[in-house]
Ligand binder design. Structure first.
Ligand code: BGC
Length: 723
């Protein structure tokens, strides 16, 4: 279970840093090297710490003062991985323990050899705690070692300065404490670094540092440790005091590591999807997904998951539909309390959503396309400047990508169906269903006696401002139907819901069996997309065609109707799904990382397991590939969630409905899959081979399960095999 980068390559530094991020949902530390390298982007983030600066419109997740940098000199010579005398180099993130380790040998120009090991681990229980260790072992002679490290406030988000340095203190020459305040949002942060050795302190230019010098004997390694603590005013009234108090006691690295490793062991025993595949990469990819899903997700209802987790500045740390549709299910079926928190985050931000609806003359709640701390719309108005035209491209998602409203309602129902938690439904679910359903009834327009939904962007962002996007209309219907079923609102409102459902236009198959993605899609010209599909994810099409030209053709960025098939598997019959999957897949470039794994699920459901497997593997490679810059700005959070979805809802063939259905579709390369699945207040252990299924659970409560069309009752154990 290791993510390894065993060759130092400056070109790969930022990918390496993203993939090897350590964290715990509260904080994330990019897996940067200790030394300075050109173009290496350091990153340290705490969930919820957003700020905006003059001139930028959207709040961004603040890149916090750096704590990772460490300058090492041996006998006066500066250590760098660029030295030709580095051998036995290894660097890996051990996913099973959450520890990042680098080990190597270095021969100085004077000819002496040293073994150097760096370790880093983030505590899982004490979320504010991060531990670092450096071990230098002289292999030939005694030496002089000097180390310089500290808290470096010379950071910014791509040049945007967000922090004011408020206070710097040093205690006992071993505890550095700094206090910062964000410029616009006025959040305070306390950061403390406890060192296991005394040094000479300096504090200037927004940096507080210690310089430690020691003579080191051969065979008696130099062990340097630092433990960092961080609190913000979002969870502590006096963050500076709190970190100072936390740092009073010296805790050895190994002790912190031992506790963190025990937490990870528990995590894996409950969350791991174990597969026996001919391709060992598959297991690694799934482990990588689970690891990152865990470290990107806060377990506090005031916060949600950023599209890039806490691994980089990409998408400014904003929350999208990625959370409810792609990430939440992993928690829902493993640790439902976290899924509940993610929906509470939306509940607590109803004010911003209602305000956005009001400003646009709608009723109810129009959730922002991009959300941050406050819950008001944070989508930047413009994309980057086009260097050919000098103009900025408008981002229309905030104006028209309204399906997010129904996506949130969908997740409420998904949670309710899975947990049957009536209290949650009454307190949080119903208000969300009511306000979202209200939005839809005000969003529809009556045209010739039927209700239509005009001028939207569906999930496919290469098609803009269309009428009756099938995904949007069907999910809006589900949203309103759910509100009606849960009897939210008074009788008058219930009647309005019923009227909306009665009149809403829901696109169905045309004379050739196709469901139109929207009113105009099928009449647009078609072009050969193979060149662009080969380079999926690069948005190459936008270099050959203008955005408007892309919009005016049958070109999809990502799963749209196929997304609907995935979410509502019972809407259409098998042949319709099959025909439309082929049709739309042909026209989908998969330029969004949210796309391939969803296509894989739907392909598995139409018994195309091998095709599904190809798409699954491509989805696994969205971050885990050899291309140096695909993850520079952060991991693809939703894509990681979708890989998990593909394993469970694609290959293990689970379909949720009133009862759980299992229609296994393991690809040939997989001999076996085993995982835990929370469903109706029970945790079921599901094991599956090509021809058999074994379901076990602890309680004797009888759960109906449908396997390949036949209904069974699961008590403690159910064995099934294909005749
Ligand atoms: C996708 C959206 C997604 C966003 C954040 C975009 O490229 O088209 O569906 O929500 O990225 O991941």
């Amino acid at each position: 279970m290791k993510i390894e980068f065993n060759q130092f390559d400056e070109e790969m530094l930022n990918k390496e840093a993203t993939l090897m991020t350590t964290g715990n949902g509260y904080l994330g530390v990019r897996g940067v090297h200790e030394e300075k390298y050109r173009n290496q982007d350091r990153g340290f983030f705490v969930r919820g710490i957003f700020d905006r600066t003059v001139g930028t419109e959207a709040a961004e997740l603040v890149n916090l003062p750096d704590i990772t940098e460490l300058e090492l000199r041996i006998n006066g010579e500066l250590f760098s991985l660029n030295s030709p005398q580095v051998t036995d180099y290894r660097r890996f993130l051990d996913l099973s323990t959450g520890e990042l380790i680098r080990s190597l040998k270095w021969q100085t120009e004077q000819g002496d050899r040293f073994k150097i090991i760096n370790k880093r681990i983030v505590s899982q229980k004490n979320k504010e705690q991060i531990a670092f260790q450096l071990i230098v072992e002289p292999l030939d002679n005694d030496c002089e070692i000097s180390v310089k490290t500290g808290i470096d406030g010379q950071v910014s988000n791509g040049g945007n300065q967000h922090l004011i340095e408020r206070d710097i203190r040093v205690y006992d020459e071993r505890v550095l404490v700094a206090e910062y305040e964000t410029i616009e949002s006025h959040l305070t942060l306390g950061l403390a670094m406890r060192l296991n050795k005394r040094g000479i302190i300096s504090a200037k230019n927004r940096k507080v540092q210690t310089s430690i010098q020691e003579t080191c004997q051969k065979n008696a390694p130099f062990i340097f440790e630092k433990v960092v603590y961080i609190y913000s005013s979002l969870e502590n009234d006096y963050p500076q005091e709190a970190v100072k108090k936390a740092a009073v006691r010296e805790i050895p690295y190994e002790q912190i590591a031992k506790t963190a490793k025990a937490s990870w062991a528990d995590f894996w025993s409950e969350h791991r999807v174990v597969i026996d595949s001919q391709n060992t990469f598959d297991q690694l990819a799934l482990d990588f997904c689970c690891y990152h899903l865990q470290i990107m997700t806060p377990d506090d209802p005031q916060f949600s998951v950023a599209a890039k987790g806490l691994t980089g500045e990409g998408y400014k740390g904003h929350v999208f539909w990625d959370t409810e549709i792609f990430i939440l299910p992993f928690f829902l079926h493993n640790e439902p309390a976290i899924a509940k928190n993610l929906l509470k985050y939306r509940y607590f931000r109803l004010a911003g959503a209602k305000e956005k609806a009001r400003q646009n003359n709608y009723l109810g709640a129009l959730f922002p396309w991009e959300s941050a701390l406050t819950g008001y719309e944070e989508t930047p108005k413009y994309a980057a400047i086009n260097i050919r035209t000098g103009k900025r491209q408008i981002i229309s998602s905030a104006v028209a990508e309204h399906h997010i409203v129904a996506d949130i309602a969908y997740a409420v129902m998904d949670l309710y169906q899975t947990t049957t938690d009536q209290d949650f439904m009454d307190q949080y679910g119903k208000p969300l269903l009511k306000e979202t359903a209200l939005f839809w009834i005000s969003r529809g327009v009556e045209v010739n006696g039927r209700i239509e939904i005009h001028d939207v962007i569906g999930p496919d962002e290469y098609t803009e401002h269309v009428d009756n996007n099938a995904y949007t209309n069907y999910l809006a219907a589900y949203n309103v139907r759910s509100a009606l079923a849960q009897q939210v609102g008074d009788e008058k409102l219930q009647q309005q819901f019923a009227h909306f459902l009665d009149k809403l236009y829901l696109p169905t198959i045309n004379e050739v069996g196709l469901i139109p993605q929207d009113d105009t899609f099928l009449s647009k010209p078609v072009i050969d997309l193979s060149k662009y599909k080969e380079q999926a994810g690069n948005q190459l099409i936008l270099t050959d065609y203008s955005r408007q030209e892309v919009i005016d053709q049958q070109i999809l960025k990502q799963a749209d109707l196929v997304m609907l098939f995935y979410l509502q598997p019972h809407l259409f019959d098998f042949e319709t799904i099959k025909k439309n999957l082929y049709y739309y897949e042909d026209r989908t470039i998969h330029d969004s990382s949210l796309s391939k794994a969803i296509h894989a699920i739907v392909a598995a459901r139409i018994n195309e397991a091998e095709w599904a497997y190809e798409m699954f593997q491509a989805a696994c490679r969205i971050d885990l590939n050899d291309r140096p810059h695909t993850s520079d700005e952060g991991i693809h959070g939703a894509a990681l969630g979708a890989v998990w979805l593909a394993a469970i809802f694609g290959f293990a063939g689970i379909t949720k409905g009133e009862i759980l259905e299992i229609n296994p579709q393991l690809p040939k390369a997989w001999k076996k899959i085993k995982f835990h699945f929370y469903w109706k207040d029970e945790t079921i252990t599901i094991q599956m081979t090509q021809d058999a299924i074994l379901l076990t659970k602890n309680s004797k409560v009888k759960l109906p399960i449908m396997i390949e069309g036949q209904e069974y009752l699961l008590e403690k154990k159910l064995e099934w095999s294909r005749k």
